[in-house]
Design a protein around this ligand. Structure first.
Ligand SMILES: Cc1cc2nc3c(=O)[nH]c(=O)nc-3n(C[C@H](O)[C@H](O)[C@H](O)COP(=O)(O)O)c2cc1C
Length: 379
């Protein structure tokens, strides 16, 4: 028997026994962050640009992104000059044809990078390079030595999207102030407000439209990593754990589901049911608006979102971006009016208190997959 087949059988038996006797035990879980390496470029980068700069890149990569595509690239021109760009093969052309969400994700990546850089004793000077959202090069980064700024970097690693088990309890005004940190553009709608009810309904209705759009489902199917083998090969996209399919159900889909299942009727209707269950549980919605839709503003809004997200665990608030209503024109075109906003909404976040904040589960690509050294491999 081949090693992988034996491993599969052993793990399956462990899982069935463990899940049957003790639901929730880890034998049923898929690949975890601890099981994957930093990649071979990590050590090479440490020798070329130093451990601290390498760690900054690594911390940055734990930023959130739609479908966990991790759209960022970093070209290392020299130890202190980097160019952040986006990889075309990681754009979501169906749900995000204008690369709006891509730019928001790049903003979150930049925020992690700047936060980690400050904590390592660097100031970061940023210059916008892109003239349109499809330019491969977006930002020029220059690192300068500065005084270290204390920051609990563990927050970057522990931040996670939470999709289930929110308490139906409004967010306390002190917690909202803590989350927002005095920044502008944040709007909170308590659970039974007209706007929150509209967001619940719009999310379900937009999902119903999306499951009927063949290209959207195909795009999604390319980003779901059902098997452990795919999860460790790509280290991006959505694993069953990241979608909160855990325990025996997680084991089943990891071993018996494939990308074609995403196109099947059962998966589509289960998606709508899941969204209905999600919106039935919440402590309201936080909407983040931006001044306009310019590239620099969207990147800045992504940074703002990430600063808030990084504080969420400290006040036990789960954050679930639900973008479907902004992805479907039927809903996005009336969102500002329905939410009584005079600026464009960029993030729709279902929020709620959580009793036991779960550990992070989404995977990240090794530095090899998004960092480029100069042609000759030297910097
Ligand atoms: C711009 C943006 C849009 C997102 N939209 C959704 C969404 O519509 N539905 C969802 O479940 N998660 C959404 N997410 C969350 C991502 O799926 C999540 O960040 C990614 O899977 C990585 O997981 P993590 O946040 O736990 O690290 C979004 C994230 C970003 C940055």
């Amino acid at each position: 028997m081949s090693l992988s087949r034996r491993k599969f059988l052993v793990r399956s038996v462990q899982c069935i026994v463990a899940c049957g006797l003790f639901p929730g035990l880890s034998a049923c879980d898929g690949i975890t962050r601890e099981e994957v390496t930093n990649g071979s470029v990590y050590d090479e980068l440490v020798s070329l640009i130093g451990r601290e700069r390498t760690e900054i890149l690594w911390y940055a990569s734990f930023a959130p992104s739609s479908h966990n595509v991790q759209p960022w690239t970093v070209s290392i021109k020299n130890p202190d000059n980097w160019v952040i760009g986006s990889a075309e093969d990681r754009w979501l052309t169906e749900v995000d044809p204008q690369n709006r969400e891509m730019l928001l994700s790049i903003g979150a990546f930049l925020e992690n990078m700047v936060t980690a850089a400050r904590a390592h004793g660097f100031q970061v000077n940023i210059r916008l390079l892109a003239r349109n959202p499809f330019d491969p090069e977006l930002l020029s980064i220059e690192l300068q030595n500065a005084q270290r700024m204390e920051y609990p970097l563990q927050r970057l690693l522990e931040r996670r999207t939470v999709r289930t088990v929110f308490k139906n309890e409004d967010i306390d005004s002190q917690d909202f102030s803590f989350l927002v940190g005095g920044e502008e553009g944040f709007h909170y709608y308590p659970r039974y407000s007209t706007q929150a009810v509209w967001l619940d309904e719009a999310s379900v209705a937009a999902t119903k439209l999306q499951i009927e759009r063949e290209n959207v489902q195909e795009e999604l199917s390319r980003w779901i990593r059902w098997s452990d083998a795919d999860a460790s090969k790509y280290r991006n996209g959505l694993t069953p754990e990241a979608m909160d399919i855990t325990g025996l159900a997680g084991w089943y889909v990891r071993n018996f589901y494939g990308s074609r299942d995403v196109l099947g009727k059962d998966f589509r209707s289960a998606t709508v049911e899941r969204v209905k269950q999600q919106v039935a549980q919440n402590g309201g919605w936080i909407v983040i608006t931006s001044e306009n839709d310019r590239i620099s503003t969207l990147i800045e809004t992504g940074r703002c979102f990430e600063r808030m997200f990084l504080r969420a665990r400290d006040c036990s608030v789960g954050v679930h971006p639900m973008s479907q209503a902004l992805e479907e024109p039927l809903w996005s075109e009336k969102a500002a009016e329905m939410l009584r906003l005079d600026k464009p909404p960029q993030f729709l976040l279902r929020v709620g208190y959580i009793r036991d904040y779960p550990p992070p589960v989404s995977l990240r690509m090794p530095l090899d997959d998004f960092t480029k050294l100069n042609e000759n491999g030297k910097v």
